[in-house]
Design a protein around this ligand. Structure first.
Ligand SMILES: CC(C)(COP(=O)(O)OP(=O)(O)OC[C@H]1O[C@@H](n2cnc3c(N)ncnc32)[C@H](O)[C@@H]1OP(=O)(O)O)[C@@H](O)C(=O)NCCC(=O)NCCS
Length: 377
């Protein structure tokens, strides 16, 4: 957490981008699969439709797309990234981290890379870590990605959860700044007492995959919706109040709140409890459902692109999720640095799959040369 004036250097978001799969799954379609209706889903959650990954799409492919878009927006070459952090509850595979895979795909050759597991609060945790790394003075550029393929861990026969979750990815580039804009304060929290309220119980060290775990549907998400709902409203309100207070501001100073998109009624109830107008909360759950760690960076990117965020605006990003975890970040929106068109073109080229193939060919060649050296008598 930060906002106590202990670090000298700040960080600001200079690039943003998102990717959602083209496949749209509507409520009407879902109503043909499980016992539900479009009316129930819209009234109880605010969701009209969601995006679902196709057979060739996954957390990695979507994370790569979002990362490329954020880098292009920031005019930053991937080779200049110092740390690459991926927030995800649905990694590409258990080992290695999805961050290392994205690092390879986009050519972030000098970046340290790791995943953060903090449920749907993952992006807020990752952003806070990225800011701390920059604040330490050790690095200048951090790529933070939230990417999820929840459709692969949803039980499509469980109507209380399958109507909520969906797929997508969002990313931001964080860069060092002394401009006074950027991340100002954050709060993070966790309460493992509620760890059973939202869980996938098998697939780890306690219950590795077996016929029994598959037959018992233990690789799917199980959730206590009512408990999560109560917890979410409480933590959104507390986190927003704390992060605003820590920055020495009042709720009136905040131009826009970008909450984790889990249920429209959670957002409405939080707005009422905080006595903040609902218009100040950015909502896109109607089109994307709950994309967990990806929901806040997707919403932030859409808000900026829709012109809802202006230079100098104070924003609050706030999340909650499995763990249980929660957190908020308050930031002042700045502007990205200007870079020449030639540099932009070169950067675009470097993130392309073509360049990745060239890098891999070079690495294979290096390995052969090294092999020759070891084989020498
Ligand atoms: C899951 C959630 C939408 C359920 O809404 P709710 O208003 O709390 O509904 P309830 O759980 O009280 O269930 C009410 C009834 O609707 C039924 N129901 C649940 N899902 C349904 C569906 N998709 N369609 C129709 N009926 C449904 C229930 O079976 C229940 O029926 P019953 O009274 O006969 O038992 C809501 O609790 C929620 O969004 N919770 C938070 C979940 C969340 O955000 N998770 C992710 C955190 S990151």
């Amino acid at each position: 957490m930060f906002g106590n004036g202990k670090h000298a250097r700040g960080s600001q978001i200079t690039g943003w981008g998102y990717f959602v799969p083209p496949r749209v799954l509507t409520n009407e379609e879902l109503a043909r699969q499980v016992e539900t209706t479009d009316q129930w889903i819209q009234e109880r959650t605010g969701i009209r439709e969601r995006r679902i990954a196709g057979p060739t799409e996954s957390t990695l492919t979507m994370g790569v797309q979002a990362a490329r878009r954020a880098l292009i927006k920031a005019d930053l070459s991937p080779s200049k990234i110092d740390h690459l952090i991926v927030a995800t509850a649905t990694p590409e595979q258990p080992i290695p981290s999805t961050a290392c895979m994205i690092q390879d795909e986009i050519g972030a050759t000098k970046a340290a890379a790791f995943d953060v597991a903090a449920g749907c609060t993952g992006f807020i945790y990752a952003l806070t870590i990225g800011n701390a790394l920059i604040g330490s003075g050790d690095c200048g550029n951090v790529l933070v990605i939230g990417a999820e393929t929840l459709s692969r861990i949803v039980d499509w026969t469980d109507r209380s959860s399958c109507v909520l979750f969906a797929d997508g990815a969002g990313a931001v580039v964080l860069q060092a700044t002394d401009s006074g804009t950027g991340l100002i304060s954050s709060v993070l929290g966790a309460d493992g007492f509620g760890r059973n309220y939202l869980e996938v119980s098998a697939g780890g060290s306690r219950l590795p995959a077996s016929h029994e775990t598959v037959d018992g549907k233990l690789h799917y998400v199980r959730m206590n919706g009512r408990e999560i709902f109560r917890f979410a409203v409480d933590k959104i309100c507390k986190s927003v109040r704390q992060v605003v207070l820590k920055a020495g501001l009042t709720p009136k100073d905040i131009a826009l709140i970008i909450p984790h998109q889990a249920n429209r009624r959670i957002i409405e109830a939080s707005a009422r409890a905080l006595k903040i107008k609902e218009e100040k909360f950015f909502v896109n759950i109607d089109r994307y459902g709950n994309t967990s760690s990806a929901s806040i960076p997707i919403a932030l990117s859409e808000a900026v692109e829709a012109g809802k965020v202006k230079r100098g605006d104070y924003l609050v990003l706030v999340g909650f999720g499995a763990g249980l975890t929660w957190g908020a970040v308050l930031l002042r929106w700045g502007e990205s640095p200007t870079v020449s068109a030639l540099e932009t073109y070169w950067d675009k080229l470097k993130t392309s799959p073509f360049f990745r193939e060239i890098r891999h060919a070079k690495r294979r060649l290096d390995r052969v040369k090294l092999g020759d050296w070891f084989d020498r008598p």
